[in-house]
Design a protein around this ligand. Structure first.
Ligand SMILES: Nc1ncnc2c1ncn2[C@@H]1O[C@H](COP(=O)(O)OP(=O)(O)OP(=O)(O)O)[C@@H](O)[C@H]1O
Ligand SMILES: [Mg+2]
Length: 323
């Protein structure tokens, strides 16, 4: 396939067994199109950072192949690396260096002359809202600022694919949203983005496509909207006027009593709320308020992971490939 039409990233049969015997990846096939905003979701230990480490050649793979915009990393590793910018999960900036120097030095690693490197570094810092901090000691930056500094550093050589490993982990909702807008801007400017996240609402808000990974395997690879369409139930939280001692029996609805005395009710798609209100009436339960339980994607995610665990338990492990 020609370089001009090949996907931004193509992984084929990626395997990783760590030295301690942990099989972190058990055959990952993935394609991320140019210009896409792609989310990699999965619980702790699923293998997300391992994938990123392998794509950015910080971790050796045990098997499989990687192509970045049609460049096979076995044929031209430096050429492929030049197209990628990466923001790692752990903060790894030199805390005793100034942001401007950190970002400019990174440009230097790509052979960009010092004067241009400083110019570019300044532009990236401005873009990330860190211009005022350019000569501060990095140690004095807040957690959110350090993350934005890492984004600036990842962008300085003009990568076509930006990979971020949990870019908003541990930052407050305001900074998270500000980071989202920055990432959307970067994507709008033509850079393909792949991010990993635990915040499912982050994936829902940003990513057009999502792959769910669990235990070293992809359990779902689809576009976000059709993923959400698969939801068969919606959960509502109801606050009763009188405290209840146990979950009420409402014919046709699964109910659970929560610790705070409110009730959770699962409603199947297509069942109207009227039917729920009738059932509550029949059970003589009065409700003072009700809300849709946030994060529908979260429920779907848990269900998919559960399903894949069921499948993995009944299927034998395929033979591992080691080159
Ligand atoms: N250097 C290592 N040596 C041995 N095992 C490792 C190493 N790094 C990761 N693992 C194991 O590989 C598996 C995948 O880890 P990985 O860091 O890729 O998960 P993750 O999806 O990024 O998790 P998290 O969401 O917690 O960041 C885990 O079982 C982990 O313990
Ligand atoms: Mg990780």
């Amino acid at each position: 396939m020609s370089i001009s039409t090949s996907p931004a990233l193509r992984l084929r049969g990626l395997h990783k067994t760590y030295a301690n015997g942990v099989q972190a990846l058990k055959g990952i096939d993935l394609e991320v199109n140019r210009g896409e905003f792609f989310g990699l979701l999965g619980p702790n230990g699923a293998g997300k950072s391992t994938i990123i480490g392998i794509v950015t050649s910080l971790i050796n793979r045990s098997g499989g192949s990687i192509e970045v915009f049609g460049i096979n990393t076995d044929e031209d590793l430096e050429g492929a690396k030049r197209l990628i910018g990466v923001v790692p999960q752990e903060i790894n900036i030199n805390q005793f260096e100034q942001p401007l120097r950190i970002v400019a030095q990174q440009a230097g690693y790509y052979g960009i002359p010092w004067r241009e490197a400083r110019e570019r570094a300044g532009e990236c810092l401005r873009w990330m809202g860190l211009w005022d901090k350019r000569t501060a000691m990095s140690r004095t930056l807040s957690g959110g600022m350090k993350r934005r500094l890492m984004i600036a550093r990842a962008l300085v050589h003009g990568p076509r694919l930006l990979i971020l490993d949990e870019p908003t982990a541990g930052v407050d909702i305001e900074i998270r949203r500000a980071t989202w807008s920055l990432l959307e801007e970067i994507n709008d400017a033509g850079t393909t983005i792949i991010l990993t996240t635990h915040y499912l609402e982050e994936a829902e808000a940003l990513c057009k496509k999502i792959a769910i990974i669990d235990n070293g395997r992809i359990v779902k690879d689809t576009d976000t909207r059709s993923l959400l369409r698969q939801l068969v139930t919606e959960t509502f939280v109801l606050d009763p006027m009188q405290p209840l001692e146990r979950a009420p029996t409402l014919p046709g609805f699964a109910t659970r009593l929560r610790e705070d005395g409110s009730i959770e009710v699962d409603i199947e798609k297509g069942v109207g709320l009227n039917e729920l209100f009738h059932a509550l009436d029949d059970a003589h339960i009065q409700i003072s308020s009700m809300r849709n339980k946030a994060n529908r994607l979260e429920e779907l995610f848990l269900r998919l992971v559960d399903e894949s665990k069921g499948r993995a338990a009944s299927a034998p492990e395929p033979n591992e490939v080691t080159p």
